[in-house]
Design a protein around this ligand. Structure first.
Ligand code: ADE
Length: 235
């Protein structure tokens, strides 16, 4: 993946995000492009409205289909001549996982629509969205922060983004478990010493200790990650 277009009513939220850390550096080097587009650009009324009252009544507002579909068509191409996979951030979506991050990193180009209010008119989803993604079982006020989570997780698999790509291999979830504890200097801090084995210089012993720690950590904190999962189930 080397290009992400975000469609949002708050493009300004992405300005500091695209400048910070390894993502900012990769964008600066031209390895990745990230553009946030103001959905209101695709409105046609005086008030630049992106939402309206729900048919059938009920609380809150619903995002209108026209600006969203037009925005996607311009940014990602019309259906049939698509240049990007189009995601909608939504609590109704498929749960985002490390496996999904790796899958999406394999796409050339992504477009991410950030929902707001009570949701998006279903016809916009049917006509223009390839898939809905949720980052977890809770409801955010909008999809912007969720989109940043997805972009950051995916970007780690884009060649050149991480200085040390090997680090993705030992990280939590990468091998169906959590990582164990990490230490840096000083060797003793407020009475707590770094485990002796890590200072032994015996690399085989260190690797064994790390594997044991990782397993123990996963057993106590996330035993669900160790249970065999049904064939094909995504995690
Ligand atoms: N928008 C609101 N809640 C969300 C969630 N949990 N994941 C993705 N987008 C959302």
């Amino acid at each position: 993946m080397n290009r992400v277009d975000v469609i949002t009513i708050f493009p300004e939220l992405f300005a500091p995000f695209r400048e910070a850390g390894v993502l900012g550096q990769a964008i600066g080097r031209g390895e990745l492009s990230l553009e946030a587009h103001d959905l209101r650009r695709w409105t046609h009324d005086r008030h630049r409205s992106v939402d309206d009252m729900p048919y059938g009544g009920g609380p809150g507002m619903v995002m209108k289909p026209e600006p969203i579909v037009e925005a996607i068509e311009e940014v990602a191409g019309k259906k049939g001549e698509r240049v990007a996979r189009v995601l909608l951030m939504s609590p109704q979506g498929e749960k985002f996982t490390q496996a999904k991050a790796i899958e999406l990193a394999g796409e050339k180009q992504l477009a991410i629509v950030c929902g707001r209010y009570e949701g998006v008119d279903r016809r916009a989803i049917e006509l223009a969205i390839d898939e809905e993604i949720s980052i977890g079982d809770y409801v955010l006020s909008g999809g912007e922060v969720a989109a940043m989570v997805v972009i950051e997780a995916i970007s780690r698999f884009v060649p050149g983004v991480l200085g040390n790509p090997a680090s993705t291999e030992t990280e939590s979830f990468q091998q169906d478990g959590l990582e164990g504890p990490q230490y840096t200097r000083p060797a003793e801090f407020r009475g707590l010493a770094v485990p002796e084995v890590l200072r032994s210089g015996d690399h085989a012993k260190i690797a064994r200790w790390r594997a044991e720690q990782a397993l123990a950590c996963t057993k106590t904190r996330r035993p669900d990650l160790l249970r065999p999962h049904p064939e094909g189930e995504k995690r």
